[in-house]
Design a protein around this ligand. Structure first.
Ligand code: LLP
Length: 385
């Protein structure tokens, strides 16, 4: 069984479970994303929600990227990590007043507006500060991302964005508001998208939207396609970097850019997923009547994705190479959903063996919880271990 390369000797001295980040791979991924985006002068804003670990954020900000934030806490984390406020975009259907005020105080690049109601409040808060807020309309483009239902965002029934049919109405309202300035249009159709046709459809839909806006006399300076590029959870050792080349090429090829327009993306998962692994220890092997369970000391408190989205994470026994056996790999949490995988092939597992749950660098550590009064996992980095 081909496995990732891990410093197992060092791991044996660290209390489990913990997150381990391969800094070289993160940098390789960032280099690739940046090179491919630079080919077309596309702008990248890292989606902080995927992984807000301060060290990870500061490595990413070192690449000159902007940040995509969905809360005041994320704006603050991005600023602390060195992302310039002028490259911060702020999205989210429920921005609280203090979060909007934080964005206004720092003169962030753009508020991605999700409703007419929110637009009015941002105008009001900006007026109180004597400022003009730059805004983009987050449009719900009705493009199916063909991904898991819980991470689909661009359909009519989703809570996100302004419905296509209501854009005209919001533009009319905008005309009456003095302290907001329309600079762009934005959308995000979903996450873990591996089928490029969804992005093709999105680019084509944006051409249609731009044509309609133009008819209403509106041309914006910025177009933002959100995030969504998927990674290969099945082959992290063979395909460690996502298809940034194909992804950006789709937009370059299909999008009709107006003169002077700038194109933005908000990649999250594609930047951080593959560089992170959750390292956990086997506590017990339990022989059931029909199943053999490998019970780990990590559960959905450390990695929620399998329980929440039925997500697959490759698992490797990094402590030995005994012949492969089949296990249901589970955690210690008192919930039936605390299962990392059923009928998983692992090199024969023994108490004390270390199991690496791969591709956990995005939506892993950041979604950890303290349920069952457990402690949050610590993080270690390949270059400082
Ligand atoms: N921009 C916006 C407005 C978003 O809502 C998201 C993700 C992104 C960018 C980044 O998308 P990415 O490049 O990471 O696909 N917890 C789930 C994923 C939730 C994604 C939410 N929005 C998971 O573990 O699969």
């Amino acid at each position: 069984m081909l496995k990732g390369v891990f410093p197992v000797e060092k791991f044996n001295t660290i209390p489990t479970p913990f997150y381990y980040y391969d800094v070289d791979l993160l940098q390789e991924t960032l280099d690739f994303a940046k090179t491919e985006a630079d080919k077309y002068s596309f702008h990248l804003h890292y989606a902080v929600k995927a992984n807000a670990n301060p060290r990870i954020l500061s490595i990413i900000s070192g690449y000159g990227m902007g940040a995509d934030c969905v809360s005041g806490g994320e704006i603050q984390a991005a600023l602390d990590a060195g992302f310039p406020a002028q490259k911060i975009v702020f999205a989210g259907v429920g921005k609280a007043d203090w979060e909007i005020n934080l964005g206004l105080d720092h003169d962030i690049f753009c508020f991605n507006i999700e409703s007419a109601a929110e637009l009015a409040i941002i105008n009001e808060l900006a007026t109180a500060k004597g400022k003009i807020a730059s805004i983009a309309l987050r449009i719900n483009p009705e493009v199916d991302a063909h991904t898991h239902i819980k991470i689909t965002t661009g359909m009519k029934e989703n809570k996100f964005g302004i419905n296509l049919s209501m854009v005209g109405q919001v533009l009319e309202e905008l005309k009456t508001l003095k302290n907001v300035r329309l600079i762009g249009i934005h959308s995000h159709i979903g996450s873990q998208i591996t089928d490029m046709s969804a992005f093709r459809n999105l680019a084509i839909r944006f051409n249609e939207i731009q044509d309609e806006l133009e008819e209403m006399g509106v041309v914006v300076e910025h177009i933002n396609f959100g995030g969504g590029l998927g990674v290969d959870y099945y082959h992290p050792n063979h395909i460690p970097t996502p298809a940034f080349d194909n992804y950006f090429a789709v937009f370059h090829k299909l999008l009709r850019i107006r003169p002077g327009q700038q194109v933005h993306f908000e990649p999250g998962r594609s930047i951080t997923a593959q560089c992170g692994s959750l390292i956990s220890k086997v506590l017990y092997i339990k022989e059931g009547e029909v199943k053999k369970f490998a019970i780990l000391d990590a559960g959905f408190t450390e990695l929620l994705r399998p329980a929440m989205y039925d997500a697959y994470h490759r698992m490797e026994n990094i402590s030995n190479d005994d012949p492969v056996e089949i296990y249901d790999v589970v955690g210690p949490i008192c919930e039936s959903s605390d299962v990392f995988g059923k009928d998983v092939e692992l090199n024969k597992a023994h108490r004390g063996d270390l199991i690496a749950l791969r591709s956990a660098g995005a939506y892993g550590e950041v979604m950890a919880s303290q349920y069952n009064c457990r402690s949050l996992p610590k993080a270690y980095f390949s270059d400082t271990l």
